[in-house]
Design a protein around this ligand. Sequence first.
Ligand SMILES: C[S@@+](CC[C@H](N)C(=O)[O-])C[C@H]1O[C@@H](n2cnc3c(N)ncnc32)[C@H](O)[C@@H]1O
Length: 282
Amino acid sequence: MTLQELKLHFFTELNEQYPATEIESFFFWLTQSELNISRLEMALNPQKKVDIQHVENFKKAILKLKNFEPIQYIVGDTEFYGGVFQVNPSVLIPRPETEELVAWMVEDLNNKKEIFRILDIGTGSGCISISLAKALPKAKISAIDISAEALQTAKENAKNNEVNVEFFQQDILETEKLDTTFEVIVSNPPYVRELEKKMMQENVLKYEPELALFVSDENPLIFYKKIAELAFEALEEKGVLYLEINEYLAQETQELLKEIGFLYIEIKNDIFEKPRMIKASL
Ligand SMILES: C[S@@+](CC[C@H](N)C(=O)[O-])C[C@H]1O[C@@H](n2cnc3c(N)ncnc32)[C@H](O)[C@@H]1O
């Protein structure tokens, strides 16, 4: 089969389930990872032969896509803040809004002249902690997660991205006090309410880890309360807490932080003008 024929087959198989732009993007994602062929090469050499094993792998990927498996889990990695991160169903696929949170932190913290400590709570793939470690050479970074499988992936990602992050398995909801103090604490904890499930796409619901996403409708800020209380005690003077937040609960999260004692609170919108990040300091 030629590349052009493979592309036609790929589009024909998936066009009932996905818009053409998305199929195109899946196709290039797979040609890059499976065949190591760039978009340009594809355009220049559509008659290039694809061997049978690779065609078989494309067919397997088509079946997975028909079952709405996310393309990032199919190819096994994704890009985040300029780095490549391995992903699998034990970790959430890093989202663009989280890149915005990292960008905000880097902008605030990159002129620090002395060593400072950052803690990332609920690190998942390690995308936040590892990206910060790459961008902020003065930062000494620790990260925790409840999931041993997620931590395994995060450790691999730190190695592949050539940075040092200390990872610990810890249940933050069962933590009475953090072991040490920090200049910066960051978290993108679970925050999707059960009632918001019906607005979510099948690929997220079926494949991404529940543990990383959902909280009860009755107590949706459970992680924010615990993290803010721990941070209030563990942050150094002038320390800062950064959080990704549920866009529907921005005001409630702000109130909670005020009640706990944070004095300066800033909510930041993402590129879609939705309130998705908060910064709080003492
Ligand atoms: C929304 S995901 C964020 C993952 C990653 N930081 C990111 O931004 O893509 C939340 C993470 O919190 C972890 N988590 C859930 N419950 C936890 C708990 N009780 N203690 C520590 N981590 C927890 C999950 O395993 C998951 O990796």
